[in-house]
Structure formats: structure tokens, C-alpha cells
Design a binder for this molecule. Structure first.
Ligand code: ZN
Length: 424
């Protein structure tokens, strides 16, 4: 079997331990041994990758809120207008692009069409196209007037990346239908959003009966739910009905924080502030100062900062990445959020890194296989020119990624790293 030895590297194992000089041996698609500099791993029949002591080896990144089927747009109706054929190709290209940027796993947080994630996931798993390990998601399920309902009374047929669903019975039927088509995740839009004037972020637009109906179907099929939940009540609905990955949670109040803490072994919060940071402080091209204030972006950011600091204290697992694929948050810049976590949430760079590695593996339901460099784990690895546990921004330039390995195969590598191990 194919053996690859990463030697002379600084290992960031993403257990939370400090980087250490060492070696990592891969056989097939698994890491079979990890050694510190005091030991040396077998060199027979291995392909040697020499990091020359200056490079860092870390687990592949895990994106917790991926939208592979959208293309850096500023208009939800444009996403709906793209025909499925073009949209499939776009999704395929983005899947490859995520690997280019060292993202080896993705939890999708909504596809632009019902089967897009499903066919791309299946093609990746069959080895037909390159791409990350992917949990396939439904489109957003949103209520009439919720985020993603782009219709007007005189224009009833405008599509977006959402399916508009009202009433518990319809939530049941639509969830069953999407599960029949192969999704792993049903995504609900429980709260409003900044961009919906009649349903702001602090409002809760889905009813409890609707959330419960979707939950009943999803859990009966052994699948999972995720949710757009900015308001306090939306967060509480998520906890009560077993939503696994809760997105945003900006306005979680004391009761919501208590509930999250109480169920912290079963859920994750993915704050996704990248969009909000840009809108608040870097968006002068798109918004006047007056609009920034009026739309409440900074309130939303302040809410997230307060909430996440509290969640961190309470030991709730926070995930990194988030909502890339929009005009403010172009694909490939996902690791920017790690720097935001350091700047806004007071995470250490290492803690920030764990949100896209160790905790990402747990959120993929693969806590003993993904997100860390450990014996027996899957070989999803990045060789980085620079220390991401000191400054995660080094991950933003894909020239710094000297090698990207997924499942024991190199997606990217450079010839000059290769060495003959023994007798050549
Ligand atoms: Zn999203």
C-alpha cells in the first residue's frame, strides 16, 4: 500500500497541544503513526516529504457553513434564476476550489437547488470529481415572507435559493421529499434577517409547530437539521427540537445561552460573522454609513461578540468558517473567520484553528477520524509555509499551502518537497 512520510515538519495536531517537531506516516487513506523529534518512523517503501523543519503540518480545514452552489452573488433571486445545468457545473468548480484552499470537509448550509449538493457529494465520493468530504444540504426551507422569499404579490414566481413552505404538514412533506432525494441535512430559516425589512434578525418567523414537524421527519430518518437562527427565540426552538448546527445565534439571551450550555454535548454554534464584519466596517463600496447603522449590522456583530464570549466560557463548541459565496465573502476566503475569532472573540490563534479542525470533525460526526493528526485518523492534511497556530491568516494565500492531501491522496503537492527515503 502507498506510504507517505511527512518528515522534518512542525506538527500542529489540533488536539489543542502546541506544535512540535516530528513526523507523520500515512498509509492508504489513514494516518498510521505520529512521532516527535525524539523518534524516527520507518522509511522502507515510503515516499518522503521533507518539510525542511520550516513547514507546518496540520489537519485539513472543515467548513461548517458551506454554499458550494452559489457564486459570490449579491442577489438571492439571481441564484434561483441560474438553470440547474450551469448551477451543477458551478458547484463542481467550487468543490475543487475548496480543496485548493485546504478545505477538505464541508458541512453544507443550503444548496441552491434541491439535488445540487447530493449529486456533487455522490460524484466526489465516487472519485469522479475532486472535492471535499461533503454533507449535502437541502435548499433553505423558509416561510412566506421569510429570508429567501423573493416573491412579490404581482410577481409570484420568483425563485431564490429557498423553498417557501408554510404549515407543519408541508414541512413534513417537503422534508420527506428532500430526504428521499438524498440530502443529509434539512436547513430551516427560523429567524428573520437584517435584509428582510418586515422580518428583522430579532424576529422569529417559523412557528414551533413547523419546526417540530420538520424535526419529527428528520430525526425519524436519522438525518440532521441546521438552522438560520439569529433571534433568541429561534435559538431556543433549535435547542428544543434537536438542531445540530445553529447558525449565527447573534441575539441569544440568557435563557437561550443556558439552554445551549445544557445541551452542549449535542449541538454546535457557528456564528458566521465574516459577512457582518465586512458589512459593518469594510462595506463602503456597497453601503453608506447611514445604511450600515439603519440595517443594524454593528448591533448584529456586537450581539455575536457578546454571545460567543459567553458560549466560550460555558464550553459550548463554536465552529469556524461560514457563509462564504456571497459578494462580501467570496469563496476561498473562508479562513478569514479564524482571524475574526481572534480579533473579535478573544480566541487565541490555536483556539480559532480548532474551530475548523477538531470541532469541525466532531460536527461532521467523525470525532475519531477527522480534524486532528492522530494515529488512526483519516489522512486529510495540509503542509503550510507559515504557522497557522500563530497567525491563521497564512491560510488565506493558497500559495502557502505547499501540499493538500485528502483521504491519503495529494490534491496538491510540489515536486521539490519529494525525497527518496532510502536507497536511491
Ligand atoms: Zn448561509
Amino acid at each position: 500500500m502507498n506510504r507517505i512520510l511527512f518528515s522534518n515538519v512542525q506538527v500542529i495536531d489540533c488536539s489543542g497541544a502546541k506544535p512540535f517537531p516530528g513526523e507523520v506516516l500515512v498509509e492508504g487513506n489513514h494516518i498510521i503513526a505520529v512521532a516527535g523529534s525524539d523518534a524516527s518512523l520507518p522509511r522502507d517503501n515510503v515516499q518522503l516529504i521533507d518539510g525542511e523543519g520550516k513547514t507546518y503540518l496540520m489537519p485539513g480545514l472543515i467548513e461548517s457553513h458551506a454554499h458550494l452552489s452559489i457564486d459570490n452573488v449579491d442577489d438571492l433571486a439571481k441564484i434561483g434564476a441560474m438553470p440547474p445545468e450551469e448551477n451543477t457545473l458551478l458547484t463542481m468548480h467550487n468543490a475543487r476550489r475548496y480543496l485548493d484552499f485546504g478545505i477538505t470537509s464541508c458541512i453544507s448550509a443550503a444548496a441552491a437547488k434541491p439535488r445540487l449538493d447530493v449529486v456533487i457529494r455522490n460524484a466526489i465520493n465516487a472519485g469522479e470529481i475532486p472535492g471535499p468530504r461533503l454533507l449535502a444540504c437541502s435548499p433553505w426551507l423558509t416561510v412566506t415572507g421569510g429570508l429567501g422569499d423573493e416573491r412579490k404579490l404581482h410577481m409570484p414566481n420568483v425563485e431564490s435559493m429557498a423553498l417557501v413552505v408554510d404549515g407543519p404538514e408541508n414541512y413534513r412533506r417537503t422534508s420527506r421529499e428532500l430526504i428521499r432525494e438524498g440530502v443529509d441535512i434539512i436547513k430551516l430559516v427560523i429567524s428573520g434577517d437584517t435584509f428582510v425589512p418586515h422580518a428583522p434578525s430579532t424576529s422569529t418567523v417559523m412557528s414551533e409547530a413547523e419546526v417540530a414537524a420538520a424535526a419529527e421527519v428528520v430525526h425519524a430518518h436519522g438525518k440532521r437539521m441546521s438552522a438560520h437562527a439569529r433571534s433568541a427565540d429561534a435559538v431556543k426552538l433549535c435547542v428544543r427540537h434537536g438542531v445540530k448546527v445553529i447558525y449565527h445565534a447573534n441575539f441569544a439571551d440568557e435563557e437561550a445561552l443556558d439552554m445551549l450550555e445544557e445541551h452542549k454535548d449535542k449541538l454546535f454554534v457557528s456564528p458566521n460573522i465574516g459577512f457582518t464584519v465586512v458589512a459593518s466596517y469594510e462595506g463602503s463600496e456597497w453601503f453608506t454609513e447611514e445604511q450600515v447603522v439603519q440595517l443594524g449590522f454593528r448591533d448584529e456583530l456586537e450581539g455575536a461578540i457578546k454571545g460567543v464570549k459567553e458560549l466560550r466560557k460555558r464550553g459550548v463548541r463554536v465552529l469556524g468558517g461560514g457563509d462564504y459565496g456571497f459578494i462580501f465573502t467570496p469563496h476561498g476566503k473562508n479562513a478569514r473567520d479564524l482571524d475574526h475569532y481572534v480579533r473579535y472573540f478573544d480566541f487565541s490563534p490555536m483556539e480559532a484553528l480548532l474551530t475548523m479542525t477538531k470541532y469541525g470533525g466532531e460536527a461532521m460526526d467523525m470525532p475519531n477520524e477527522l480534524g486532528q493528526i492522530r494515529e488512526g485518523f483519516l489522512a486529510d492534511l495540509l503542509l503550510v509555509d507559515g504557522n497557522p497556530s500563530d497567525d491563521p491568516k497564512v491560510l488565506l494565500d493558497h500559495d502557502n499551502l505547499l501540499a493538500v492531501m485528502k483521504d491519503g491522496h495529494f490534491h496538491k503537492t510540489t515536486e521539490n518537497l519529494m525525497r527518496c527515503a532510502s536507497d536511491c
